[in-house]
Design a protein around this ligand. Structure first.
Ligand SMILES: Cc1cc2nc3c(=O)[nH]c(=O)nc-3n(C[C@H](O)[C@H](O)[C@H](O)COP(=O)(O)OP(=O)(O)OC[C@H]3O[C@@H](n4cnc5c(N)ncnc54)[C@H](O)[C@@H]3O)c2cc1C
Ligand SMILES: *[C@@H]1O[C@H](CO)[C@@H](O)[C@H](O)[C@H]1NC(C)=O
Ligand SMILES: CC(=O)N[C@H]1CO[C@H](CO)[C@@H](O)[C@@H]1O
Length: 437
């Protein structure tokens, strides 16, 4: 075999476990890098529910890299983030996004999870487009992964082997999770813009903004865990709400997303009776109300083991308070596609080395976001964006070293990977150079 063949690009067979946003993004990214990809999803996709997901500039960078037009995801372009007083709705702080596009080259988008999921699924499986279309296998719950033989075993007893296994199965598995019950629980619900207009409830809801009520230690001992996050999505046709409250008010126990609708009375408990009446009226007209049980997760010690890696929520589950869950999963997927591309063929021949680089590139940044999400649970002023504005109320001031829009958006992953690869190649070639002396 000639040297060029031995060191050239090798097509990998990639098995992706989990067909959520992270799994589909990884599949698409690896397909475009030239690999053969199978996606195994435990369910069908017909049960998909969801609400707004935000996609900051550095998420759309990767979507564009993969040939996706974010406009096809029925986005809403955000113009501001607004902090409001729980009781009165009075504005406590605004982070203006009107310069965001000029500054960062891209809009801050709000998407509906279903729209995002569908566009990624179509792009991953399309006959046309770069690379081999990914194969999707629904109703394929994975049971275990054998790290020695790189084999995925399914609950039905069969198994398949792959060169690279990506565990993108969300919050429940992977590493033995070190978690504790969050003091805060969430209900998601949606209100149709059509209903808002019909009922004349337009005071807060027409704005292309993420709006927050509460989220910091309140008057009269109201807990900081009371918080509303409201955002438009689906071309502005749907306004989605995340309604947070202290966990002791709720009785659902299972972590993650459930598909059982909750009555509005489950949300309107405790200090919800003091909530800004305009906001309360919207919640009373909500639909698709689903409990979302949250846990606080500690960063894992590792995301990789031999030729298997974790990605998305499976690697860095986080509280939702930075709206970065989807973007961080997309960044993970972006990193895999860059590292295992023809530009760095050595990693397609040494998957373990490629995954070590993946972890080195992704873990520090995702962990920082994970930690900032935990801090924003305690204080809405720690939310990316609000960390850059002046607020009067001292309890809303962020801590030293808080996460900023600049840090998130100035990052350039292509450059980061190139710099790390240069170091790896230098270390690898150094002994040989010495030998020539
Ligand atoms: C139904 C649903 C609704 C959501 N709604 C919202 C929302 O409204 N707002 C928000 O901010 N975030 C929401 N999220 C979370 C958000 O999508 C994720 O935080 C983020 O996109 C990262 O996604 P992920 O692919 O890592 O994980 P997930 O989106 O959780 O996807 C994991 C996938 O793996 C599958 N899976 C799990 N176990 C196995 C197994 N053993 N074998 C095979 N497949 C398996 C799951 O069925 C799921 O499709 C939702 C997630 C889900 C699954
Ligand atoms: C078991 O599940 C796998 C993964 O979905 C599938 O490819 C295979 O055909 C199934 N086998 C049987 C016998 O059902
Ligand atoms: C990964 C990546 O492309 N990062 C980009 C994030 O956004 C800034 C500002 O637009 C760019 O300079 C980076 O290249």
């Amino acid at each position: 075999m000639s040297t060029s063949q031995a060191s050239g690009f090798k097509q990998l067979h990639v098995a992706v476990i989990g067909g959520g946003i992270g799994g589909l993004a990884a599949a698409l990214s690896m397909r475009r890098a030239g690999h053969r990809v199978d996606i195994f999803e435990r369910r069908g996709f017909d049960v998909e529910v969801g609400a707004s997901i935000s996609c900051a500039a550095n998420g759309s960078v990767h979507l564009e890299d993969w040939g996706i037009d974010v406009k096809s995801m029925s986005p809403v372009a955000l113009m501001k983030l607004t902090m409001r007083d729980w009781e009165t709705g009075q504005i406590q702080g605004v982070y203006d996004l009107s310069d965001y596009e000029r500054e960062w080259g891209r809009v801050y988008y709000m998407l509906h999870r279903q729209d995002m999921h569908k566009v990624l699924l179509d792009a991953a499986t399309a006959e046309d487009g770069i690379g081999i279309p990914c194969q999707v296998h629904n109703n394929s719950p994975c049971d275990t992964v054998d790290l020695e033989t790189n084999t995925v075993k399914f609950l039905n007893g069969t198994s398949i082997q792959a060169d690279l296994i990506v565990g993108a199965d969300g919050i429940r598995i992977g590493v033995k999770p070190d978690i504790k019950t969050s003091p805060q629980t969430c209900y998601r619900c949606n209100v149709l813009t059509e209903d808002i207009k019909r009922l004349g409830l337009v005071k807060h809801s027409y704005e292309p903004a993420i709006q927050f009520w509460g989220g910091s230690e309140g008057k009269n001992g109201r807990s900081k865990y009371y918080k509303i996050v409201m955002a438009p999505c689906s071309n502005g046709e749907v306004v989605s709400f995340y309604c947070f409250m202290p966990t002791e008010l709720t009785n659902h126990r299972e972590e993650g997303f459930t598909f059982k609708e909750a009555p509005v009375s489950d949300i309107l408990q405790g200090r919800y009776s003091d909530l800004d009446p305009e906001c309360l009226a919207l919640l009373k007209n909500s639909r698709e109300r689903m409990p979302w049980r949250l846990y606080v997760h500690q960063a894992y010690t590792h995301w990789i083991n031999k030729r298997t890696c974790l990605l998305g929520d499976a690697a860095h589950p986080m509280m939702p308070h930075q709206s970065q869950g989807a973007v961080q999963a997309i960044e993970d997927a972006g990193a895999l596609g860059i590292i295992f591309s023809a530009k760095y063929p050595e990693f397609t021949r040494d998957v373990e080395a490629g995954l070590r680089l993946y972890q080195a590139i992704r873990k520090p940044r995702a962990t920082r976001v994970q930690e900032a999400s935990a801090r924003a649970t305690e204080n809405v002023g720690e939310r990316i964006g609000f960390t850059s504005i002046q607020v009067e109320d001292e309890s809303l001031r962020p801590s030293e070293g808080s996460l900023t829009v600049r840090e998130m958006n100035e990052y350039n992953m292509h450059q980061h990977v190139a710099a790390e690869v240069a170091k790896i190649r230098k270390a690898r070639d150094a002994p040989q150079e010495m030998a020539h002396l």
